[in-house]
Every structure is written in structure tokens, then in C-alpha cells.
Design a binder for this molecule. Structure first.
Ligand code: 13P
Length: 247
């Protein structure tokens, strides 16, 4: 099963649901629909509304983050996995580089993962190296640390998906070569195998994925799907990614 996850970041108002309705219409008629899942992570403000609408449909709604505490607390503006689950979220991203750069530490990410799984949200755990780390050759080491500092064998790996998003590729139009990407994804899967032994989580790629760049990822069978930012805000661009992937 492949994943196409659209991360809207700070985008969207109630009527932006029309974008998702178009994607859902495409999905219903797509001959390849049994091969993949579509998940969209709108901002918190839209999760309840969108989840209700797509309740018995094929698009899953998730959140972009969650707070590192269970249920309720006295942290202003915080939203917990428990609260997200209660308004219909099925997934949550955790560890996106946007949030790491705003202060999310491994300790916080560990708690976020723990409480998300406890509250029955599936976790899309994001990892990725920055430009400097890539240049000095420490990519594989950085990724390994990001994985082992947060994940452990006690977690239920069937509810975890990994998204590899090199920071230098996010929103820049720059993508790794397929050789580079293959090597990195194989490395990530090896590390996951060491942590979990069996039921190794799916590994997605994210960073400047669009209808054009996806063509260069088609032949990499190691990639289990994509985390899509900019191109997920347009139904046409998002659908083009799926179409071109299966063409
Ligand atoms: P872009 O697809 O806009 O590069 O964003 C990727 C991303 O950060 C998704 O989480």
C-alpha cells in the first residue's frame, strides 16, 4: 500500500474543502485506487469539519502536530492527540522540520509519539538532514540518531509511518538523485529493522514532490509513498502526482 499525504501547513479555510472533494472524486474513479491511501493534514481549525465530511469516504484527515501531553493540560494554545482523536483525526505528523526548528526536542517528540499512539492516532514521524549535514556527509548518521532517539521496540510499529524529508529539499524544487535517495531509504529501513525487528514501518519521501519530480521516483520500489507540501494545495497538482506515479 502506498501513501500520498498532503500537508497543507498554514493554508486553508472551510471552503478549501472543495479541493479535497475533487481529489475524492478522482480517487473514486481511479483504476489504481486499491494501491494507495490519501491522507490530508489541514490546520487544526479544519480537522473536525473535514473529518465529518470524509467520515465514510476514502480521504483520511490527520493533523500536522500534537502536544506532548495526554488529554488536557494548562498549556496555552496546545492541542493534544486525545483532543484531535475526538474531532476525527486518524493520523498526526510528528517531528516535521518546521516544528523541530521551532524547538521540538527528541524528548518532546518521544512524548508526542507515545501519546499519539495511546490515543489511537497513527503517527507519521518526520526525519531529515539539513543542507550543512548533507554537505559534510553526515546524512545517514543524522537520520539514524533521529530514529533511535525517539522510536523504540515497545512502540507498535504498525501504527507508525516514517517520512524522510531532507530539509534542503522542502519548498526549494531541489530533489535528491534517485541513487542518493535509494541509498538513504535503504539505510532508514535497515535502522528501522534494527529497532523493530519485524513490521518495519513504511518509509515515505517528502520535499518538492510534484507531478514532474514524482516521475523520477517511480522506479524506486523502496519508497512507500510521498509527503507533499506545496502541491497538495491544488487538487490538479495533487492528482497529477498520483496520475504520473502510476502512468
Ligand atoms: P514541499 O512539497 O512544499 O517541498 O513540502 C514538503 C513538506 O514539508 C511536506 O511536509
Amino acid at each position: 500500500m502506498k501513501y500520498f499525504i498532503g500537508n497543507w501547513k498554514m493554508f486553508g479555510v472551510p471552503k478549501s474543502i472543495n479541493i479535497l472533494k475533487k481529489i475524492n472524486d478522482f480517487y473514486k474513479k481511479d483504476v489504481n485506487r486499491n494501491k494507495y491511501k490519501v491522507i490530508i493534514t489541514p490546520p487544526y481549525t479544519l480537522i473536525e469539519n473535514y473529518s465529518k465530511y470524509f467520515k465514510n469516504k476514502k480521504i483520511f484527515v490527520g493533523s500536522q502536530n500534537c502536544y506532548q501531553k495526554d488529554q488536557f493540560s494548562s498549556n496555552t494554545a496546545a492541542v493534544s492527540s486525545y483532543m484531535l482523536k475526538k474531532v476525527g483525526a486518524k493520523f498526526t505528523l510528528i517531528g516535521h522540520s518546521d516544528n523541530r526548528s521551532e524547538g521540538d526536542t527528541d524528548k518532546m517528540l518521544k512524548d508526542k509519539v507515545k501519546f499519539a499512539l495511546k490515543n489511537n492516532l497513527k503517527v507519521v514521524f518526520c526525519i531529515g538532514e539539513n543542507h550543512k549535514e548533507k554537505k559534510n556527509g553526515s546524512t545517514l548518521n543524522v537520520l539514524k540518531k533521529q530514529l533511535i532517539n525517539v522510536l523504540n521496540k515497545k512502540l507498535d510499529s504498525k501504527d507508525i509511518v516514517i517520512a524522510y524529508e531532507p530539509i534542503w529539499s522542502i519548498g526549494t524544487g531541489k530533489i535528491p538523485t534517485s541513487q542518493e535517495l535509494k541509498k538513504t531509504i535503504v539505510h532508514i529501513k535497515k535502522e528501522l529493522h534494527k529497532i523493530f525487528k519485524k513490521n518495519v514501518p513504511a518509509v515515505l519521501y517528502g520535499g518538492s514532490v510534484d507531478g514532474n519530480s514524482v516521475k523520477s521516483f517511480k522506479d524506486l520500489k523502496e519508497i512507500d509513498g510521498f509527503l507533499i507540501g506545496g502541491a497538495s494545495k491544488s487538487s490538479k497538482k495533487f492528482i497529477d502526482i498520483i496520475k504520473n506515479y502510476y502512468r
